[in-house]
Write a protein that binds this ligand. Structure first.
Ligand code: UT7
Length: 372
């Protein structure tokens, strides 16, 4: 593209994921909760999920370094970083600025975006818009989540559903009609109370609640219905905005919260399950990380062919919902690999959960600076 020609699109040129190694199986969960592998698999399709031994920033950094290497892009040339998440290590300074510092993207703008599970997809929208309007020429868009410290590990209604993980994509200005072509974004604000994590946010500070102590208000069946309605409707709307039909979609890469929700969306939006990518069985619901991790794995497994039309429906707290129609480019293999890795972990997922619970209840030793 010449320096004067306006960029009309934002192609996806890099992708990378980072999953913490400790896997928590349904059988592990059945040792601490009144639940069973049979219940969890039949209601959700989930068999295991990952529990992180590192911070959210660390997971996201490794995913970002891998995405940049995949695009063959140097950190210093990144112009925008959008960090999608609802489980921050810090609110001030924000998470995106930490990635900027670690990848050496001194000239990049950096902001966080929180629409819960749809944060990555909303980030894809805003980054694409800023590229298409010429504000920046490229962007790193991250979807990362560290749910385990905020989980109520005594509540079987929610503890079996979620996991930790991170992934990122690189977008670059392109004159070809690729990348995000159209999206539908929406929110059922009237139903926002059916998914609330009590304890995450400033409103709880004056009630003497320690950071990380949470109670989940979670009306599973109502969320289920809204999720299906929101994702199926948004899918139809996004496709109609580009004049496409369900049969034109080569691969659906949906938010992975529950296999039954995905099947219901596919039925309602006339999308055959053979064209739906699934990895919910391995990771559970990683909130903002689910779609980009699924995209990385679809590429690794050869499910994305050059020029493919991808559809990415999502939903989450808020209740936010959306669907994104993405035209893939020519390249489906990485340009390069990064050496970035997580530090080693010796602990099992159950041990990590026990440590997490101990941190919430154990007072700091006398004289210790709790902010050190
Ligand atoms: O990104 C947003 C995230 N939110 C979601 O993805 C949630 C969407 N909702 C769902 O995925 C489903 O509604 C659930 C998986 C949460 C629940 O499935 P369900 O088929 O709607 O089950 P239910 O809520 O009707 O519960 C059925 C029974 C209840 O027992 P009783 O009242 O019938 O005696 C629950 O207490 O299953 C019980 N139950 C469990 N049993 C064993 C609930 N959780 C568990 C569990 N293990 N983990």
């Amino acid at each position: 593209m010449s320096a004067t020609a306006p960029a009309t699109h934002a192609a996806v040129t890099g992708w990378g994921k980072c999953l913490p190694p400790a896997a928590l199986t349904n059988h592990d969960l059945a040792t601490i909760l009144d639940t069973s592998d049979e219940w969890i698999v039949s209601r959700t399709g989930i068999r295991e999920r990952r529990i992180s031994h590192v911070s959210l920033g660390e997971l996201a950094y490794v995913a970002s370094a891998r995405a940049l290497a995949c695009a063959g892009l140097n950190g210093a040339s990144v112009e925008l970083i959008v960090f999608g998440s609802c489980s921050y290590d810090d609110q001030v300074p924000n998470m995106a600025s930490g990635i900027q510092a670690r990848i050496g993207a001194q000239a990049a703008a950096a902001y966080d975006i929180n629409t819960a599970c749809t944060s990555f997809l909303y980030g894809l929208s805003t980054a694409t818009a800023l590229i298409r309007t010429g504000v920046v020429r490229n962007a790193l868009v991250i979807g990362a989540e560290l749910i385990s410290p905020f989980m109520d590990w005594g509540d079987r209604d929610v503890a079996v559903l979620f996991g930790d993980g991170a992934a990122a994509v690189v977008l670059e200005a392109s004159a070809r009609a690729e990348g995000l072509l159209a999206e539908k974004l929406g929110c059922y604000g009237d139903a926002r109370e059916i998914l609330r994590v009590h304890g995450m946010g400033g409103r709880y500070a004056n009630r003497g609640i320690l950071h990380g102590i949470t109670r989940w208000q979670f009306e599973g069946q109502e969320i289920f219905k809204r999720a299906v309605q929101g994702m199926a409707g948004a899918s139809e709307e996004a496709l109609s905005r580009i004049g496409a039909q369900p049969q034109d979609v080569d691969l659906v890469v949906p938010h992975q919260a529950n296999l039954r929700i995905i099947e219901a969306v596919a039925r309602r939006a006339h999308l055959p399950m053979e064209r739906v990518f699934l990895n919910v069985q391995r990771y559970g619901n990683m909130s903002a990380a689910t779609v980009p991790v699924a995209l990385c794995e679809a590429l690794e497994e050869g499910r994305v062919r050059p020029g493919a039309l991808l559809l990415m429906p999502g939903f989450g707290g808020g209740l936010s919902f959306c669907a994104h129609a993405v035209r893939w480019g020519e390249r489906t293999t990485p340009r390069g690999a990064s050496e970035a890795q997580l530090p080693p972990n010796e602990r099992t997922a159950l041990e990590l959960i026990r440590e997490c619970l101990a941190r919430k209840t154990r007072p700091a030793p006398a004289g210790a600076d709790p902010f050190a």
